[in-house]
Design a protein around this ligand. Structure first.
Ligand code: MOS
Length: 692
């Protein structure tokens, strides 16, 4: 059967609900007698709570109760220690929640929170990352289970012997996810059943964590995430809001909503940890790499170890006989870092792809050509064959579309009055991830089909693409497919994360629908009243180790104008070309790519927070100070892809597209700024104060 719907630019199924405001998010569900709870963040960066005076808060109209570590329900210890809220007096970082005010309105909860008086025994804190910090250590693993260190050959000697060398440092500041919808949860009891609406990228784990912490059976709990206003990794695992909402509903017996104010997010939902990079590249005079060392130092909190895996893309990108990739981490009194879109690749490829540009300059070689010259035959770190590798195709197609051939390679070669113009290129890569999932497909007597899986649509269009997959497998028009996602009452499925959602959920959807179509062919007579159902489960297939190295690739091109009077950098054009297997919905895929590139533009030019050493927290905690690109900042962005027919992925042939758009984008912009100005800036973001 030839695919008819997969690949088409099908429109988002929930689009109308979203733009008309009828889509309900976790904090918006009207419910009778619901209470609102507001957490109180710690006002010291390290120490312990010595007392909480709640009398003023309780005297306010509408305040129902105040939970503190002294009266909050005791919970079983969670695997994720950031969820152990109100379980003890210790304050591991500023912003850690020390009390929860529960009231009959949002306003009363806010007033109550302001009236809680917390006293602390403060201790000296240390929040300052440096590569020479005495507490730096090499962890067992970096995030994602990657080994912290890999070494091949003798990179030190090979670097010393190299004809051409680059030895440079780069710095990426802390970055924050800041989804449109801040984290929020509404919980209520109905007899022995707990129902939770939460803004999450995956409710299967939320339910398991709540069951464990509150001593419940999973069957007693329903966790629903029908609409989610983005997450970018910060909603990949449960966050304190959902624990606090359940705690408060258990304590009061009434429905409770906890909606975190945006300013609380940086301290409690994770962030991209700052990374300090040292890159040493050695090459022969033909531009062939002989040595590559990428060493990263990052921070984690005292609560748990999370190590941004920023040196891992250097294990995938280029053929080089001698290499070393190292992660080091410093535990500090900072909020706990976590996943943010393309953890590892986003900061790592900024540094690596900037250094490759520096090497091209040293060699006097075109940076596109330099990359092509170092194309590996097998995955450099493991020697495994690539299932498919489209980097060269992306570089060539991007160069053609962008007009790269007309570029004068000399820096400062183009000007318009006070503006200096330049162009830059960088490569992108992201691993192919897939996790076991389940789904059910129902044939109904009216000729329609219902497909169910606990996927989460975080704004990507998951419902839409799953319907397309189902329609093709069943060989019926798209309109005859109904999709239900976003609830633990549906067949279990993994989170929307790691660019794995469509592959993971689509696999059992495809399988269930294919088998249902077969059953219908053999089925005598009409579909019975109760329908026909087929369940599929990819445990044992989707998690099987592949003999292939599986990665998506891409190339980013950018043109910038640098104002020599104000120091302002404006991106004029951005173009991305991706090789990500089969593209299953051209409309939603383009949105994912353009969204990722826009986030990369923000990373390059405006985003970043500063850790205030004295205060012990991020200075920028809301969108007034943490600057994400606005429409006026985002120029002409083009996203294209090259067709890839990769049989080693999954039945749908897609590689995942959610994260690769942010990978390397900042390097393309930074390389363009260098081309425009002749000045190499090695710290993000490229704000006017750095440019001038
Ligand atoms: Mo993404 S950072 O894997 O949710």
């Amino acid at each position: 059967m030839t695919a008819r719907v997969v690949g088409a630019p099908a429109e988002r199924r929930e689009g109308r609900e979203k733009v008309t405001g009828t889509a309900r998010y976790a904090a918006e569900l009207p419910s009778l007698g619901r209470l609102f709870a507001r957490p109180v963040p710690a006002a010291v960066a390290r120490g312990r709570v010595t007392g909480v005076d709640v009398s003023d808060a309780l005297a306010l109209p509408g305040v129902v109760t105040v939970l503190t570590h002294e009266n909050a329900p005791r919970l079983a210890e969670p695997d994720d220690p950031t969820l152990a809220v109100l379980q003890g007096p210790e304050v591991p970082h500023r912003g850690w929640f020390v009390a929860l005010v529960v009231a009959d309105s949002l306003e009363a909860a806010r007033a109550g929170a302001a009236a809680v008086h917390v006293s602390y025994a403060a201790e000296p804190h240390d929040v300052t990352l440096s590569a020479t910090h005495p507490d730096a250590y090499v962890p067992e693993e970096a995030n994602g289970g990657y080994p912290a260190v890999r070494e091949h050959g003798d990179p030190e000697d090979a670097f010393a012997d190299a004809a051409v060398r680059v030895d440079v440092g780069y710095r990426v500041p802390p970055l924050h996810n800041h989804p449109m919808e801040p984290h929020a949860s509404t919980a209520h009891w109905d007899g022995e059943r707990l129902t939770v609406h939460t803004s999450s990228q995956g409710t299967t784990v939320v339910r398991a964590v709540l069951a464990g912490m509150f001593g419940l059976e999973e069957e007693q709990i329903s966790v629903v995430a029908e609409h989610v206003g983005g997450g970018f990794g910060s909603k990949g695992t449960p966050r304190p809001d959902v624990v606090l909402a359940v705690m408060a509903t258990r304590h009061t017996g009434r429905p409770v909503t906890v909606a975190l104010p945006r300013r609380f997010l940086p301290a409690v939902v994770g962030h991209r940890a700052p990374t300090l990079h040292r890159l040493r590249l050695g090459a022969d005079t033909d531009g062939r790499l002989t040595s590559l060392a990428h060493e990263v130092t990052t921070h984690t909190s005292r609560v748990k170890e999370f190590v941004e895996q920023a040196a891992t893309p250097a294990r995938v990108m280029y053929a080089v006989p001698h290499s070393r990739t190292v992660h080091r981490v410093v535990p500090l009194d900072v909020p706990t870092p976590s996943w943010m879109r393309a953890p590892g690749e986003a900061p790592g490829m900024y540094a690596l792809e900037s250094a490759v540009d520096e090497l091209a300059e040293e060699l006097g070689m075109d940076p596109v050509e330099l990359r092509i010259r170092n194309e590996p035959e097998t995955e450099p770190d493991t020697g495994r064959p690539f299932s498919s590798r489209g980097l060269v195709a992306c570089l060539r197609e991007g160069a053609r579309r962008f007009g790269w051939a007309e570029r004068d390679p000399r820096p400062r070669s183009r000007a318009e009055g006070p503006l200096l113009l330049g162009t830059g290129v960088a490569a992108a890569t992201y691993p192919v991830l897939v996790w076991p999932s389940t789904a059910a497909a129902h044939a109904l007597p009216d000729g329609t089909f219902l497909v169910e899986t606990n996927a989460t649509d975080i704004g990507t269009g998951a419902r839409t693409v799953l319907a397309q997959i189902a329609a093709d497998a069943l060989a019926v028009p798209l309109e005859r497919i109904r999709i239900r996602v976003g609830s633990t009452d549906l067949p279990s499925a993994p989170l929307a994360g790691g660019s794995s959602g469509t592959a993971s959920w689509g696999w059992p959807v495809h399988e269930a629908c294919t088998r249902l179509a077969d059953r219908l062919t053999d089925f005598p007579g009409p579909v019975p009243e109760q329908g026909l159902v087929v369940h599929a489960d990819t445990s044992g297939t989707a998690d099987a180790d592949s003999p292939y190295a599986r990665h998506a690739f891409g190339a980013h091109f950018a043109e910038v104008a640098v104002d020599t009077v104000t120091g302002e950098v404006r991106v004029r054009r951005m173009l991305g070309v991706y090789a990500a297997g089969r593209i299953l919905n051209s409309r939603t895929a383009r949105s994912q790519f353009v969204g990722g590139m826009t986030m990369g533009l923000g990373m390059a030019l405006t985003e970043g927070s500063t850790m205030d050493a004295a205060f012990g927290d991020f200075t920028e905690s809301d969108l007034a100070s943490y600057h994400v690109p606005a429409h006026a900042d985002v120029p002409d962005i083009e996203a294209h892809w090259v067709e890839e027919d990769d049989p080693h992925l999954n039945p749908l042939g897609g590689k995942g597209i959610g994260e690769i758009g942010i990978v390397g984008t900042a390097a393309a912009v930074g390389n363009a700024v260098h081309h425009a100005t002749g000045v190499r800036l090695r710290e993000l973001p490229l704000t006017p104060d750095r440019v001038l």
